[in-house]
Design a protein around this ligand. Structure first.
Ligand SMILES: [Zn+2]
Length: 296
C-alpha cells in the first residue's frame, strides 16, 4: 500500500518525539524499605532500584563494582541517613555528580544506648509511622526537585500513600494494647525497634544495640538471659537479616519461646511475607503479638 507511506511519515513528523526518546527517570535507593516508599510516591513510569537486595545486611554492606555500574545512570539517589549506611559516602562519590536526598531529615532521633555507638542516633526511624510520613514528604520533594513538571503528581501520590500509612497504625496499636501490661516486652537481636516500641508502648531488650557493633557475645547473651528471667518475658525474637542463634540460645536457657523472625532492615522478595513497607509493619507487629500471647 504505497499510498499510506507519505501519510505515515507525515504523522511521525508531527508526533511528539521526546516522549518516545526520553528514558524514564531512575531512582536508586540504599535499601528495599525506602525503595518501596519511593515507588509509592513516584508512581508508574519511574524506575526505582535498591542497591541492597531483599534479606541483605544493610549497615555494613560493601557495594560491588556491579552495584556502582548499575547506579551510574541514576537521576536521584535516596538514603536513610542517621548513620545507617556506613558505605554511602564512598558509594555516592563513585557515582559522580548525582543528586541525593536523606530521607530521615526532619526526624527527631532516638539515641542508641550501649556498645560502641552509644549516644549516636538510632537509624531505624522508618519503624515509626509518624517518621515514615516525613520520609514520604522528603521523597516527594526530592522527586519534584529533579522533575518539577510532575510535582503535582508526586504530591498527590504522597498524600494518598500517607493516608494508607496513617490508617495502618491504629490496628497495630490495638493489637498491642490488647496485651496484658506485664507482657509488653520486645526482646530482639538488634536494637532496631526503639521507634516501633515507643509508638506501640513496648519495653525493649536487645542483644546488641546496632548491627555495626559486635553481635551475640557471651556477655550480651548473658545480660538478655538475666533480663528475660527477671521480667518473666514470654518470647524472644530476631530479625531476618542476622543469624538468630544467640536469640535462640536465650530462649533455650530461659524457657521463653522463640517468637520468630521480625522484619526491619529489609523487605522480602515479592513472593515472600513482606514485599512492601506496610506488610513489614503489619507482619512484624502481628509476629510480636502472636509470640507474646502464645501459651497464655
Ligand atoms: Zn538495622
Amino acid at each position: 500500500m504505497p499510498s499510506l507511506r507519505p501519510l505515515l511519515l507525515a504523522v511521525l513528523a508531527l508526533a511528539p518525539l521526546p516522549a518516545l526518546a526520553e528514558s524514564p527517570l531512575k531512582v536508586v535507593t540504599t535499601f528495599t524499605v525506602i525503595a518501596d516508599m519511593a515507588r509509592n510516591v513516584a508512581g508508574e513510569g519511574v524506575e526505582v532500584v535498591s542497591v541492597t537486595k531483599p534479606g541483605a545486611e544493610i549497615h555494613g554492606y560493601e557495594p560491588t563494582p556491579r552495584d556502582i555500574v548499575g547506579a551510574s545512570d541514576a537521576d536521584l539517589v535516596l538514603r536513610n541517613g542517621l548513620g545507617l549506611e556506613r558505605w554511602f559516602e564512598q558509594f555516592l562519590a563513585n557515582l559522580g555528580d548525582v543528586p541525593s536526598a536523606t530521607l530521615s531529615d526532619g526526624v527527631e532521633p532516638i539515641s542508641i544506648t550501649g556498645g560502641d555507638y552509644d549516644g549516636r542516633p538510632n537509624p531505624h526511624a522508618w519503624m515509626s509511622v509518624d517518621n515514615a510520613l516525613i520520609y514520604v514528604d522528603n521523597i516527594a520533594r526530592a522527586l519534584s526537585g529533579i522533575d518539577p513538571e510532575n510535582a503535582a503528581t508526586y504530591a498527590a501520590n504522597a498524600a494518598a500513600y500517607k493516608d494508607r500509612l496513617r490508617a495502618a497504625l491504629d490496628p497495630l496499636k490495638a493489637q498491642i494494647t490488647a496485651l496484658p501490661q506485664d507482657r509488653r516486652w520486645l526482646v530482639t537481636c538488634e536494637g532496631a525497634f526503639s521507634y516501633l516500641a515507643r509508638d506501640l508502648g513496648l519495653k525493649e531488650l536487645y542483644l546488641w544495640p546496632i548491627n555495626a557493633d559486635q553481635q551475640g557475645t557471651p556477655r550480651q547473651v548473658r545480660a538478655v538471659i538475666d533480663g528475660v528471667r527477671a521480667h518473666a518475658i514470654p518470647a524472644v525474637f530476631c530479625e531476618s537479616t542476622v543469624p538468630s542463634d544467640p536469640a535462640e540460645q536465650v530462649a533455650r536457657e530461659t524457657g521463653a519461646a522463640f517468637g520468630g523472625v521480625l522484619y526491619v532492615d529489609s523487605l522480602s522478595t515479592p513472593d515472600g511475607p513482606v514485599p512492601t513497607y506496610l506488610d513489614l509493619l503489619r507482619v512484624t507487629t502481628e509476629t510480636i503479638v502472636r509470640g507474646l500471647t502464645a501459651g497464655n
